[in-house]
Design a protein around this ligand. Structure first.
Ligand SMILES: [Zn+2]
Ligand SMILES: [Zn+2]
Ligand SMILES: [Zn+2]
Ligand SMILES: [Zn+2]
Length: 561
């Protein structure tokens, strides 16, 4: 290692021109993966990976191209792809090798890979191979083991979950983001082992409480911040049980009263110190929403990873750099999306149970494949064509050399090959761009996302303020979102939940509610700031101009909790 790599190398991002640093240990990883160091910054790399992950833009009104059954799909029907339902896709009634292409040395590898990607049938939604198929949960994507769920994304194992992302091992939970072991929770972000929470954030081991930030061990508390092991507290003050019931009873169930309290609580909570991050039980790690990680850097929503960088929503991944989703018992991932239970995978999507894979899409139980789509139980394939081990190695070498000459080897499959537009993917959720910016950065944009407008049969002012005055006929009405004017409906299952939990009918559509939660969660971006108590340098996703008082973890534990 030379002097320069020992100190870390400052580079200018070829895409956004921002400076970024490549650390000495990164070079060891790149050497091991036999790839050149990235020429773009982690943020630009995230966008180029996330463009391959459409979780929430689902399209109805299409049929499986094999069995003719109605399907919901993550592929925009405008595109020429054949789309198969889960059962057909994984059945033996078709073979992805029938789409094999002879290598054409007069064309570039990427051009040929693009042709293959458009021809091989795709599975309608992405179902987690580990947690298995979903039951009565058509609108689920990147989620497995779901029963009676609706609009659930990036989750696993749940019953009666609706409008959630990143919720696992949970029941009867609605409109929530990132959490485990939740039951009867609503509008929560980052919750753990809790029951009956409403508008709670970064809270665990709590029950029957509402409007909480950074709390634990609470029971019947309302509007509390940084509170632990208490019952019948209202705005951080104790109340008698009767008084508590009266005060909260005046608010719950009424749309106007809850909105009013939301504002009051925002003003109240701003005076309390926040922790620099929401990490739990980590060693030497930076990022947010990390738990049980060791030596993990610049990562978000990650559980149980070790010696990794630039992970987002991945679990149990080791020795990797750049991965979105899945993970699980994997190592040596470089620029991967939705891949897991695999090793040594680069620049690929939806790879499971495989090793030594590059530039591929949707492989299961394969090894040593390059430029392949939807293969199962295969080895030594390029563009879905079978080669001998020797022929494979020779042709792979040729492709690597070509990509290296083009300066593309090690970069994610180019965005123009992605089946999704920027605003259909989680790239837009986490690094929003305007249409003009997205196009300028080489991404596609979809003007025609499946949205219904102007069909409303009930205006917001026609919805009763209190849930007790809402009758069942509301499930027959078409509502209009006060945020974006999109039409939306209330399902019967949803209405039952609101009645049971004493919650008003939401006046915004799912997509606006989701965006509001992303805002409350905070951005996937870290700033250098100083602890407002001890002055120590911290890395936090509270940008310096934000009004919150931010403490380092040590001061927070000592002074607050
Ligand atoms: Zn950049
Ligand atoms: Zn089918
Ligand atoms: Zn809306
Ligand atoms: Zn401090």
């Amino acid at each position: 290692m030379n002097q320069e790599t020992l100190a870390g190398q400052a580079k200018q991002c070829q895409s956004c021109k921002q400076e970024f640093t490549i650390e000495p240990e990164d070079f060891d990883f790149f050497e091991r993966m036999e790839v050149p160091a990235p020429k773009i910054c982690p943020e630009c790399r995230f966008k180029k990976l996330a463009i391959w992950r459409n979780e929430m833009s689902l399209y109805s009104g299409k049929k499986c191209d094999l069995c003719g059954k109605n399907i919901v799909t993550m592929y925009n029907p405008k595109f020429p792809y054949k789309v198969y339902c889960y059962h057909c896709y994984f059945s033996d009634s078709w073979n992805a090798k029938d789409y094999a292409k002879d290598y054409d040395f007069s064309k570039s590898f990427l051009e040929q890979f693009k042709e293959l990607l458009t021809k091989v049938p795709k599975k309608n939604t992405s179902i987690d191979a580990v947690t298995g198929p979903n039951i009565n949960s058509e609108y689920a994507n990147y989620a497995g083991g779901m029963k009676d769920c609706y609009m659930v994304f990036n989750g696993g194992v749940g019953e009666e979950i609706m409008y959630c992302r990143g919720i696992r091992e949970s029941k009867e939970t609605v409109d929530s983001y990132f959490g485990e072991h939740a039951e009867k929770c609503y509008e929560c972000i980052n919750i753990l082992k809790s029951n009956g929470l409403v508008f709670a954030r970064n809270t665990y081991d709590s029950m029957d409480s509402a409007f909480l930030i950074n709390c634990s061990g609470l029971n019947n508390c309302f509007g509390c911040v940084n509170l632990k092991n208490k019952s019948y507290y209202f705005l951080n003050e104790p109340l008698s049980k009767e008084e508590y019931k009266t005060r909260t009873g005046e608010i719950m169930g009424s749309y106007s009263k809850m909105e009013e309290f939301k504002k009051k609580f925002a003003e109240f909570s701003i005076g309390f110190p926040r922790k620099e991050n929401n990490n739990i039980k980590n060693v030497n790690s930076t990022g947010d929403f990390l738990s049980e990680c060791k030596d993990v850097d610049n990562s978000f929503e990650v559980i149980g990873a070790e010696n990794c960088k630039n992970l987002f929503s991945s679990r149990a991944l080791h020795n990797s750099n750049g991965s979105i989703g899945f993970g699980t018992k994997s190592e040596l991932f470089f620029n991967c999306v939705g891949s897991g239970q695999s090793s040594h995978v680069m620049c690929s999507c939806s790879v499971a149970g495989s090793r030594n894979i590059s530039y591929s899409f949707g492989l299961v139980n394969c090894h040593d494949c390059m430029g392949c789509d939807s293969l199962k139980n295969s080895e030594y394939c390029i563009l879905n064509k079978q080669y001998s081990e020797e022929e494979y190695k020779k042709l792979k070498e040729h492709i690597v050399e070509e990509l290296t000459k083009q300066g593309l080897y090690g970069s994610m499959i180019p965005a123009e090959l992605s089946p999704y537009a920027y605003n259909e993917t989680i790239a837009h959720d986490n690094m929003p761009l305007s249409k003009e910016e997205a196009l300028a950065q080489g991404f596609r944009w979809e003007d025609d996302v499946q949205i219904t407008k102007g069909k409303e049969t009930l205006k917001p002012q026609g919805i009763p303020d209190h849930i007790k005055d809402v009758n069942d006929s509301i499930t027959k009405e078409i509502l209009i979102c006060i945020g974006c004017e999109r039409n939306y409906k209330i399902t019967e299952q949803e209405l039952l939940f609101y009645k049971k939990m004493n919650l008003p009918i939401p006046r915004k559509c799912f997509f606006c509610r989701h965006q509001d939660r992303i805002k409350r969660r905070g951005p996937y971006k870290f700033w250098d700031r100083k602890c407002e108590h001890c002055g120590k340098d911290i890395k936090t996703n509270y940008s310096p101009e934000r009004p919150e008082i931010v403490y380092c973890e040590e001061c927070y534990q000592k002074e607050v909790y």
